[in-house]
Design a binder for this molecule. Sequence first.
Ligand SMILES: Cc1cc2nc3c(=O)[nH]c(=O)nc-3n(C[C@H](O)[C@H](O)[C@H](O)COP(=O)(O)OP(=O)(O)OC[C@H]3O[C@@H](n4cnc5c(N)ncnc54)[C@H](O)[C@@H]3O)c2cc1C
Length: 494
Amino acid sequence: MATRVIPPRILRNLRYNTATRPLSAPNPTISPTVAPPYFVEKTDPAILKPPSSASDADSILNFDNVEKLFSYVPTFRLLRSSAILHATAVGPVVDFGMWLMKSKVMEVDFLKRPVLASIKHTFYEHFCAGEDAVTAGESIRLLRQAGLRGMLVYGVEDANDNDACDRNHNGFLHTVDVSRSLPPSSVSFVIVKITAICPMKLLERVSDLLRWQEKDPSFNLPWKRDTLPLFSESSPLYHTRKRPEPLSREEEHELELAIQRMQELCEKCVQNNIPLLVDAEHTSVQPAIDYFTYSSAILYNREDKPIVFGTIQTYLKDAKERLLIATEAAEEMGIPMGFKLVRGAYMSSERTLATSLGFASPIHNNIQATHKCFNDCSAFLLEKIANGPGALVLATHNVESGKLAAAKAHELGMGKVNHKLEFAQLHGMSEALSFALSNAGFQVSKYMPFGPVETVMPYLLRRAEENRGILAASGFDRQLMRKELKRRLTAAVV
Ligand SMILES: Cc1cc2nc3c(=O)[nH]c(=O)nc-3n(C[C@H](O)[C@H](O)[C@H](O)COP(=O)(O)OP(=O)(O)OC[C@H]3O[C@@H](n4cnc5c(N)ncnc54)[C@H](O)[C@@H]3O)c2cc1C
């Protein structure tokens, strides 16, 4: 589908088009077996108000009562979390961990075992859901007791060939089975990484071809299915400098296999009534990832029920434009879209690549612009879903963004009664924000990778490497945890 041009004036204002459009019936072949648990009520457009201020927001999320905030966290866990977050906030500790995992030590069996054991009982248990489906299920049950839900993430590496894709695919299918076996609604989403079910090289090729077609609309891509727009006028196209060769027959076959994996996963999610959330990655492969996401959404998202959710990284300069264009196209096609908003995890590698090719970085010039973009996109989507189809996941540890979105959602009459909105934080991160949002009546999920220590740790360390800011930014949580530990100690002594 060709990208439609939206006048810059409109994009600058990011107007909130709240009119509900008539929905034409999309064409899925599968119907859900159970009523959707996360679409309960519609809100009244009459209660729309202007965007909220941070001071309104302060009254909705309460961080002062640490006893209430951490009431579900046993003292042992509070102590361990506090210690681990301290350790991960120290740069050299993270550096050492990354060096160790990549070093020759891990090739020597009798050295590797104690290293993995100690990692398992500290960092792994803090940030991960467990080694297998059974322990992951236990972690989800514990979360549920604390009023939170889980996003199950089968922790796998990027795939380089079809065998790896098939193995990963089976893991993702199994994750849906695990979710189904747990108490209803305790798993909010199953996560899929397209880079694990389609070989990376092919994702790069497909992205190149899609980008070239964006530069030259006459460029024919015979394999291309219906999709929402993948690019806006300001999207970076510098990764593709010269006209790429068409896909070979073998590549087309591999692409078909990958699409089939995605479709099988979507069908299983529809049958089990669990939404599928597609993670976003580097801009070099993101066009292909969005293509997988949107072409599947067109097939499987129906009426007011998104099954396939895409991710928008708001650290990208073109994020607002792409979101607006995709949302408008989805509305016109009658497709209810689900989006997850994140800031983005690949800032340094994106900047390095752009610089090496002699182009401006696709990332906002400063962190304030990223914050503004996240908050604007969040307000835009909140108004959309309050008045029409679609759903939103706000994946952030940023307390200000959490407060602003909570206030906006509150004004729009969302919260406990409206299950189109989910807040999300990584497991082991931002417990205070998660509990404050949950106490205020919102649905909150923790992003929970699971799998064998050896498989998941490199994945986590890479996240830590790409995302140092997250770990260092745990200061607010550590401060509140210390306060609560002190309170419990005093209460025990007195
Ligand atoms: C549930 C969940 C799912 C996630 N899924 C994905 C995913 O699919 N894809 C993905 O890429 N990430 C994903 N992330 C990671 C997410 O991008 C990071 O958590 C996020 O970048 C950290 O930002 P924050 O919103 O917590 O806020 P903060 O910690 O306040 O913001 C830090 C972020 O701001 C941005 N930033 C920092 N400095 C600058 C600067 N100088 N200029 C411009 N921007 C700057 C960066 O994105 C940085 O990570 C996910 C996170 C969660 C919690």
